[in-house]
Ligand binder design. Structure first.
Ligand code: SAM
Length: 210
C-alpha cells in the first residue's frame, strides 16, 4: 500500500509493553487520560480532520466511534450535530463522564454487535494500534481480520471508515492496511498529515465501501 514512506518509533510504548489494553488502563491511567485538557484538544482536532476526510452528506448521519475512551470524539460529533454510538472495551472509560447521548456500549471493537448496513460512517481515533501490536501474534491477526470484516458489514453502501492511529513503524502500518484490503471488498489507502514531523505526524487509514 505504501512503498516509499518509512518510519520507526524507537521509544517503548504501552501498546508494545503491556500484555493487553485493560492492563495498561488502570484507574489511575484512565483518570489521567480523561482529565487531560490537552488530549481533549488534540483528539478534537483529529476528529475535525477525520470529518473533513469523511465528507459526509448530512449532519444527522449515524457515526460509530470505535475505541471511544472517555468520549472526546463523540462529544465533538454530537456538538456539531451527528448521531453517535461509542464503543469501548473498558467500562470505566465509558462511565467517566455522563455520555448517555453518545449511546455508549461496552464491547470489543473486533466483534461488533450491530446489524449489517447500520452506520453512515465509522471513526476510530488513536485506538487501532492496540488491536494489532505484534506481527507474530495469531490472535492479533485474527482480531484485525474480524475488525475489518465487521466494519465492512455494519457500514451502509457508499460510506467510509476512517482510522487515525499510531503504528510502531511503516511495516505495521502497511500490514494493517493490507489486512483490510485482503479480507474485505474495501478500497482505499492512507492519508498522512505532516509526514516529515514525527511529533505532528497523523496517519489515517481511509476505507471506502462501494
Ligand atoms: C488512546 S485511547 C483513545 C480514546 C479516544 N478514541 C480518544 O480519542 O480520546 C484508546 C482507546 O481504545 C480502546 N480500545 C483498545 N482496544 C479496543 C478494542 N479491542 N475494542 C474497543 N476498544 C478498544 C481503549 O480502551 C481506549 O479507550
Amino acid at each position: 500500500m505504501n512503498d516509499e514512506y518509512k518510519f520507526e518509533i524507537k521509544r517503548k510504548r504501552p501498546e508494545e509493553s503491556y500484555s493487553n489494553v485493560n492492563v495498561y488502563y488502570s484507574k489511575e491511567n484512565i483518570e489521567k487520560y480523561a482529565k487531560s485538557k490537552s488530549l481533549m484538544r488534540i483528539q478534537e482536532k483529529i476528529t475535525i480532520r477525520t470529518l473533513e476526510l469523511l465528507n459526509l452528506p448530512e449532519h444527522n448521519s449515524l457515526i460509530l466511534d470505535l475505541g471511544s475512551g472517555a468520549g472526546f470524539v463523540g462529544m465533538y460529533l454530537t456538538e456539531v450535530g451527528y448521531k453517535t454510538v461509542a464503543i469501548d472495551i473498558i467500562a470505566e472509560f465509558l462511565r467517566y463522564y455522563d455520555i448517555k447521548e453518545l449511546n455508549p456500549i461496552i464491547a470489543d471493537m473486533c466483534i461488533l454487535p450491530f446489524k449489517p448496513e447500520t452506520f453512515d460512517a465509522v471513526i476510530s481515533v488513536s485506538a487501532l494500534q492496540w488491536v494489532y501490536r505484534d506481527v507474530n501474534s495469531k490472535s492479533n491477526k485474527l482480531a484485525l481480520k474480524n475488525l475489518a470484516k465487521s466494519v465492512y458489514s455494519i457500514l451502509k453502501p457508499q460510506s467510509k471508515a476512517i482510522f487515525q492511529f499510531y503504528p510502531k513503524n511503516d511495516m505495521m502500518m502497511d500490514l494493517i492496511g493490507k489486512m483490510f484490503i485482503e479480507n474485505t471488498p474495501f478500497k482505499g489507502g492512507f492519508m498522512i498529515d505532516n509526514p516529515n514531523s514525527p511529533k505532528k505526524r497523523k496517519i489515517y487509514l481511509i476505507m471506502n465501501k462501494s
